[in-house]
Design a protein around this ligand. Structure first.
Ligand code: MV4
Length: 450
């Protein structure tokens, strides 16, 4: 079968997916909004189609327009990238119904993992370690709820089944706050997600965010590509990611990864996926599964030598993995800095024209970007404009290389978070490794007197 891929995304990840297509000789069509039609990666694409106005709701998020674009361009497959429609089960289902291939898991797996209560139950069944919590959705009866919380032990966290990525959750430190917190969270969940279902977990106070990457083919073969640490974040936006997670015991990763693969088999998972964990007191606890390619996938590619996007495409075309766990080895360490066009003090996006862009290069350096000198950053989308990734034989070398790369990067015309990255990479606690999810926000709070 002759295939053609529709790239249903924009920016650096569209460029990344185009590269994978060119590598394997897969023809593609790049879709864009009116705001992106003059970008180089759109102009120079073999085939491109403008599907709507700048506002994402009317273009990149418009399911009917994306599927129509696939039909008229003769595409057989759709890669959603990350964000936008990438974890929309209805989108995947409609693609399936149109006899097109969704580059990702079956819509049923997206739907199941999108419901965080069902995801948790699937993980418990597969033996993936979860945070002590409610066995299923919370009931309405106040006394039963109190009993569940008492059983878990305070502090607890109430989360929405339809939430995820930090949306729809509330920490409760003592019993007298419990029922009000529940009512508030339930109403927010009903409004925001159209699903009032809640669950409860023990609240972990000082964890790190560690995740495990998996790849599964259509034939029930599954491998893991190790772990990443994504603890350096602000307001649920990751800033720096690295692989492997420093100081996490390798035998723990291997054990938990094997359980993740069991979970994948139990839900007929296909493609790339990420299991998110909190790491505290030398243990990993599942929180969520992301059923898409992630922004930080390059750090895993650099330590494994495996092209995850190419693997996604091959799996979608029905090829077997052709790779067993023994074929995968982990070499050295990789660190990624997300370069955002944003104000250094307010962190607000800074759209505008990039005057001069000078990306770094050198041994072990990789840059993922869609920008160039003269590029106009639209106010309509995410502020991520580039990713700078460094690989080294060990973490010390990766740190040396990422710092040199950051020092060699020039961007004028818009302000970015590059100065913050330079500081973080020189920070002694970050250099030691193992800083937690609260580290960056605490650091920023301490230097900005209220
Ligand atoms: C938690 C937690 C502490 N204890 N669950 C936030 C995003 C969502 N994926 C889950 N999140 C959390 N769940 C328990 N039981 C702390 C967080 C959390 C967090 C997790 C990962 C990365 C950054 C975070 C920032 C704040 C809170």
């Amino acid at each position: 079968m002759r295939h053609k891929l529709l790239i249903a995304n924009r920016g650096e990840i569209a460029v990344r997916i185009q590269k994978a297509c060119r590598n394997i000789g897969l023809p593609f069509v790049q879709i864009c909004s009116e705001a992106d039609r003059n970008a180089r990666y759109v102009r120079e694409a073999d085939d491109a189609l403008c599907i709507g106005p700048a506002r994402a709701r009317e273009s990149y998020l418009d399911i009917a327009s994306v599927i129509y674009a696939a039909k008229v361009s003769g595409a057989t497959m759709i890669h959603p990238g990350y964000g936008f429609l990438s974890e929309n089960a209805d989108f995947a289902e409609q693609i399936e119904a149109h006899d097109l291939i969704f580059v990702g898991p079956p819509s049923s797996a997206i739907r199941d993992m999108g419901n965080k209560v069902r995801a948790r139950q699937a993980m418990i069944r597969a033996g993936v370690p979860c945070i002590p919590g409610s066995p299923g959705p919370l009931p309405d009866d106040p006394e039963t709820i109190r009993a569940i919380a008492r059983d878990i032990g305070y502090p607890v966290i109430v989360k929405a089944a339809g939430g995820g990525g930090g949306r729809g959750m509330r920490v409760v430190t003592e019993e007298r706050e419990l029922l009000d917190a529940l009512t508030l969270t339930r109403e927010e969940a009903r409004t925001a997600f159209g699903n009032p279902e809640l669950y409860m977990e023990r609240f972990l106070t000082g964890p790190r965010h560690v995740e495990i990457q998996v790849l599964c083919d259509t034939f029930g073969h599954a491998v893991h590509l190790g772990d990443r640490d994504c603890s350096m974040q602000r307001r649920h936006q990751k800033v720096i990611e690295e692989a492997p997670a420093p100081g996490v015991p390798r035998d723990l990763i291997e054990d938990v990864a094997a359980q993740c693969l069991a979970a994948c088999r139990s839900m007929n998972y296909r493609g790339a996926g990420t299991f998110e964990f909190l790491f505290e007191d030398d243990a990993l606890f599942f929180i969520e599964m992301n059923t898409r390619l992630q922004v930080e996938h390059p750090v895993t590619e650099m330590i494994t030598g495996i092209d995850i996007v190419e693997a996604q495409l091959r799996i979608a075309m029905g090829e077997p993995l052709g790779l067993t766990q023994e074929d995968i080895s982990f070499r050295g360490s990789a660190i990624e800095c997300r370069i955002n066009a944003e104000d250094p003090n307010t962190f607000m996006p800074t759209p505008g024209i990039v005057d001069r862009w000078q990306p770094p290069d050198g041994e072990g350096i990789r840059v993922e970007t869609h920008i160039e000198s003269g590029y106009e950053i639209s106010p309509h989308y995410d502020s991520l404009i580039a990713k700078v990734i460094a690989h080294g034989a060990n973490r010390a070398e990766a740190l040396t290389r990422i710092l040199a790369a950051l020092e060699a990067t020039t961007i004028t015309g818009v302000s970015t978070n590059i100065p913050l990255h330079r500081r973080l990479v020189k920070d002694s606690n970050f250099r030691t490794g193992g800083t937690g999810i609260a580290y960056l926000e605490t650091m920023l709070r301490e230097e900005t007197p209220a």
